[in-house]
Design a protein around this ligand. Sequence first.
Ligand code: 5AD
Ligand code: SF4
Length: 444
Amino acid sequence: MRPNQIPKTYRVKSFGCQMNVYDGDRMAELLAEQGIAPAPEGEDADLVVLNTCHIREKAAEKVYSDIGRLRREDGSSPLIAVAGCVAQAEGEEIMARAPSVKMVVGPQAYHRLPEMIRDASAGQRVTDTDMPAETKFGALPKRRRSGPTAFLTVQEGCDKFCTYCVVPYTRGAEVSRPHADLIEEAKRLVDGGAREITLLGQNVNAWTGENAKGQAIGLDGLIRELAEIPDLARIRYTTSHPNDMTEGLIAAHGEVAKLMPFLHLPVQAGNDRVLNAMNRSHTVESYLRILEQVRAARPDIALSGDFIVGFPGESDAEFEDTLKLVDAVGYAQCFSFKYSPRPGTPAAAMDAQISAAVMDERLQRLQAALNRDQLAFNTASVGKTCDVLVERKGKHPGQWLGKSPWLQSVHFTGEAQVGDLVRVELTEAGPNSISAKLLETAPA
Ligand code: 5AD
Ligand code: SF4
């Protein structure tokens, strides 16, 4: 592309969490609105947005190697924008180290991409890592089309400051989007084809707002209102903090049929000393009490969580406590990670960093326990009848893939279409998916 030429095609590559996927989709919509088209599969794009994640190790290295890979045979590069949390945390270094990067844009500033692209096309290099008071959401185009499942960011940022985590620095303070905007965006998504909406936030259950009558409501109030949208069939939310699991939200799990029986509630570790050093501000017991209440409200709920092994100072015995917690809960599925020191976080400066070998061994043991429980959960589902929301075609002729209410991947063969809610019987469980028999073909 020659200078002064606005790009004609784009590609957005998102790494990391679901919020990054959401941000990546919104950037794509914004670019499309500017008349820039998605680059056809397998073809070079004029503009590439690398939407980065900084939560764990090697994020920055990955960005540099991606930038290197974008160089074309003739030595030229597309117009490259680095977005997301690495851009926020390390924007200056990226600009200094990678001359082919023309734009660095943080997660709260990407609504300004159109002006940045104009400046960059005119030969400037531009950085915008502001966290402006006005939110990006108002400046983004209205959402029109959607697949059967859609993400909706309702809350961003984090005030919890867990000592290992970069999110409070890269995403900023906790901010809730206004209720009216969310209801409007949700209705648009449903009009555009969404049958399931997953409400997103770094601390999604810390969402607060005011309903149309001016009453203060929490996430449970929002969920109850969204459940009134006729063609919306399913509601999910992620990710939650134990301290924001209010009574109302727990009750909603028992009362709102469209709220799916799945809860992702990270605990990180199974030992109170470690939790305290992590600044989690909950204990193992208080966490288990919440799960008990949620199970009382919705007995079939599938539980999920996040774990970190090898936090600085974690002893063998303290790690064993994590395994005990896993045994006590019986999770349906979980994410588990080796601790990664993040620059600028308190834990990175702590003594007694754990060796890679010990972390590897702990992660293997933890994942073996979690895999065992995931298979047990799936196996226990066999014989159940449930609805599956069809998301896409499978590899085999006539095969379809979708999700059960408990977020299990389900495959079946028969008459269906993307977006259908079909009734199936779960017939055979694997560790990562379940086969099912179609019971009715008419959309529910
Ligand atoms: N090292 C390893 N895992 C981390 N997470 C967050 N920060 C770190 C870190 N420094 C994990 C936590 C969190 C998930 C999104 O990522 O488990 O819940
Ligand atoms: Fe990070 Fe803790 Fe905030 Fe989650 S609650 S985003 S782990 S600081």
